[in-house]
Design a protein around this ligand. Structure first.
Ligand SMILES: [Zn+2]
Length: 394
């Protein structure tokens, strides 16, 4: 889908031709005032520009194609045309135009580098990532269009899951004053940690986790990998300490730690300590998962009546569909027919509502999912897909 603003850079691209044409026209007018101005200024150019301004790219393309045929030397016209074709998804035509441009010997260095950048973007658009990578690397080596080329390279390496090159590129971007990449760099290290876990084992993974936490001490993902390693190794007390760090790092991810913490405490026989932790979490942050688990623990220790009292109080301040469902379950255990039958209908409807709700949602683009993605599959931002665990009744 083409945005209106998407055409604006093209106008900037076309301005030099406009200026040049205007200058030609002025010079010509001085020399021979009797000759018509329109005989020197290509009227097609202004028509093309006008079509662009009026959001009529098809007609603009028609005009520029004719111009390029008549005046084969106008580099800017070809650049504008290639750009238009790429934006319209006609990538093969864009590639041909840019390849032909680069092959010309008459191009200035700047024009050739600009055509290379455009061709790199054509290749990316058509999925020819290797070729795009080659061009962007060449541009970085020449020191021109650095920021754009490095941005594209970072994109390519993430798509290819080439984390070593992604790290090197992000570091170069940081050196060119691109700030805010630390959390992303930490994720690249976590990717390498997970690769190590699959191929080489915990020791190698531990190095990457450590590096991730040094780069971004708030990296929840690194903490979860570390905690899971401790848990698998049977170091349950250490695992509990590591899982609990998440609350300080980013409490949005607390729901990810609740079940593993319950598992560790249960294995150690320290349920009471877990219940204290859970109470604290519910008080400090709310959260459906903690709320429900606490209700279960209260039911196990003090009976259904106490759990119902607890849930009813919680729901009055933090209403949630799963909370209502749990309360209905508890009530249904205590009533006979026909009330139970009627409640079952309500319970089924509420269960459907719970089923339809996303468990995770991207805070940047709204993408919703049933699984946690560290990089949003839709907008490609890192750390933006988060557990949905706030107030849940619309
Ligand atoms: Zn997103």
């Amino acid at each position: 889908m083409m945005q209106e603003a998407g055409w604006l850079p093209l106008l900037w691209l076309l301005l030099p031709i406009a200026a040049y044409s205007g200058w030609l026209a002025a010079r010509h007018a001085q020399r021979n005032r009797t000759e018509s101005r329109s005989s020197r200024v290509p009227p097609e150019y202004f028509r093309g520009l006008n079509y662009l301004l009026n959001e009529q790219p098809d007609k603009a393309i028609e005009v520029f194609v004719r111009m390029a045929e008549v005046d084969g030397d106008t580099v800017e016209t070809h650049l504008a045309l290639g750009n238009l074709f790429r934006r319209r998804g006609e990538v093969d035509r864009a590639i041909r135009i840019h390849q032909n441009l680069i092959a010309r010997s008459s191009l200035t260095r700047e024009q050739r580098l600009l055509a290379m950048l455009e061709l790199g973007m054509d290749y990316m658009r058509s999925g020819l990532l290797d070729r795009a990578e080659g061009l962007f690397r060449e541009l970085v080596d020449t020191g021109s269009h650095m920021r754009q080329s490095l941005d594209h390279l970072l994109d390519i390496y993430q798509q290819e899951r080439d984390w070593h090159n992604a790290i090197a590129t992000a570091r170069r971007l940081q050196a060119t004053a691109a700030a805010g990449l630390d959390p992303v760099l930490a994720h690249f290290h976590c990717e390498l940690a997970e690769e190590s876990l699959r191929a080489r084992g915990d020791d190698d993974a531990r190095k990457w986790v450590q590096a991730a936490l040094e780069i971004d001490p708030k990296c929840v993902r690194a903490t979860l990998i570390e905690a899971a390693m401790e848990e698998r190794g049977g170091n349950l007390r250490a695992a509990i300490d590591v899982y609990r760090r998440v609350e300080q790092q980013d409490s949005d991810y607390l729901p990810e730690t609740i079940i593993p913490l319950q598992r560790c405490h249960r294995a150690l026989g320290t349920d009471a300590s877990f219940l204290d932790f859970l109470s604290g979490v519910v008080q400090r942050h709310g959260g459906i998962k903690a709320q429900l688990l606490r209700a279960d623990l209260v039911a196990a220790r003090n009976g259904d009546e106490a759990a119902m009292t607890y849930l009813a109080a919680e729901l009055s301040t933090r209403p949630s569909v799963p909370g209502i469902n749990r309360l209905l379950d508890l009530i249904m255990r205590r009533v006979g027919d026909p009330v139970r039958g009627n409640l079952a209908v309500v319970r089924d409807a509420a269960a459907q509502m719970e089923q339809d709700r996303p468990v995770y949602r991207c805070t940047h683009c709204g993408f919703s999912a049933r699984l946690l993605h560290w990089q949003c599959p839709s907008c490609k931002h890192w750390n933006t897909v988060k557990p949905v665990h706030g107030v849940e009744i619309d």
